[in-house]
Write a protein that binds this ligand. Structure first.
Ligand code: NAD
Length: 296
């Protein structure tokens, strides 16, 4: 079993660290919020007062932080963990960040002889708790093979997307498509309802026709159509509008830098940014339905 430092115990990182403990690993945790550390310790993790202390002498470091600046701050600019950790420690950053940030940190790690992968996740808090996340890994094949058994304790599907940064690129491509599909689905249901259709009947028709997609299958955005979907629970739980807006911002930045045209993604970005600005940031992202139906 491996010695692992886990840094960043928020909505995702907390349950992920606990799943590593349950798999029998020796897990030392650190977060800026003491209550988050205490919650992981209650599940069998060991507490640490700082990222530096947690990271010393470990086989792996896993980080799950909010955004690019936090990851660059932890490893290079602020705490500077790369100058502290042992050469044979393998670093796994599972935060969703810009691909160029992931590449920058991995390159700095490589200069010091340290292996690092970007391994953003899909599957949300439910997947983090259940240990069924998808990990989308960017890094060398050698590093991928080293981290795979560790990721398998927290996830079900472990993909190797390509070299450093590729995990982040694949992650934002997927989430951009998800945002477009969700916005399109809510628009279609909204038009149907305003023209007298029952949203459940219309959803069933589209799910069995050429408009079928993931939202219609398992995550219907119209309240009352699907009992288990956030839409039927006041758009609570699930994947927050603010996080989708963040991911669409990353997609947009990536498109600008790589000179790609993303008209649908840009539209989705604007829709979700407006929706967030209208006070819906903490709701599930399927609440974009409110823009296309009189729900309140
Ligand atoms: P969160 O805000 O709940 O947790 C982040 C944690 O990091 C907090 O507990 C914070 O105190 C801690 N932190 C910040 N800087 C730190 C530092 N320097 N040292 C130690 N701890 C530090 O966020 P989350 O929902 O857990 O998401 C984490 C990442 O996963 C984000 O990049 C997010 O985009 C991505 N993600 C989230 C979801 C989701 O559904 N929540 C799904 C997929 C991916």
């Amino acid at each position: 079993m491996a010695k692992i430092a886990f840094i960043g115990l928020g909505n995702m990182g907390g349950p992920m660290a606990v799943n590593l403990v349950k798999a029998g690993h020796e897990v030392t945790v650190f977060d800026l919020v003491p209550a988050a550390v205490a919650a992981a310790v209650a599940e069998g993790a060991q507490a640490s007062d700082s990222a530096e202390v947690a990271a010393k002498g470990k086989d792996f470091i896993v980080s799950m932080l909010p955004a690019s600046q936090h990851v660059e701050g932890l490893y290079i600019d602020g705490t500077g963990l790369l100058d502290i950790v042992d050469k044979n420690t393998v670093i796994i950053d599972s935060s969703t960040i810009a691909a160029e940030s992931a590449r920058r940190v991995a390159e700095e790690a490589a200069k010091r002889g340290i292996k690092m992968v970007d391994a953003p996740v899909s599957g949300g808090v439910g997947g983090a708790v259940a240990g069924t996340l998808s990990f989308i890994v960017g890094g060398t094949t050698e590093a991928f093979e080293l981290v795979k058994p560790i990721l398998e304790a927290m996830g079900k599907n472990i993909f190797h997307a390509g070299d450093s940064g590729a995990g982040q690129v694949a992650k934002v491509c997927n989430n951009m498509l998800l945002a477009i599909l969700m916005a399109g689905t809510t628009e279609a249901i909204g038009m149907g309802v305003k023209n007298g259709l029952d949203p459940a009947v219309l959803s069933d028709i589209m799910a069995k026709s050429s408009g079928n997609n993931w939202a219609l299958q398992v995550y219907n955005p119209y309240p009352g159509v699907m009992e288990t979907a956030p839409a039927s629970n006041g758009y609570q739980g699930g994947f927050m509008v603010d996080l989708m807006a963040k991911d669409l911002g990353l997609a947009f930045d990536s498109a600008v830098k790589s000179r790609c045209s993303i008209p649908m993604g840009s539209m989705a970005r604007n829709l979700f940014a407006m929706h967030a600005a209208n006070g819906n940031g903490s709701l599930d992202f399927s609440s974009i339905q409110k823009m296309f139906a009189d729900l309140d």
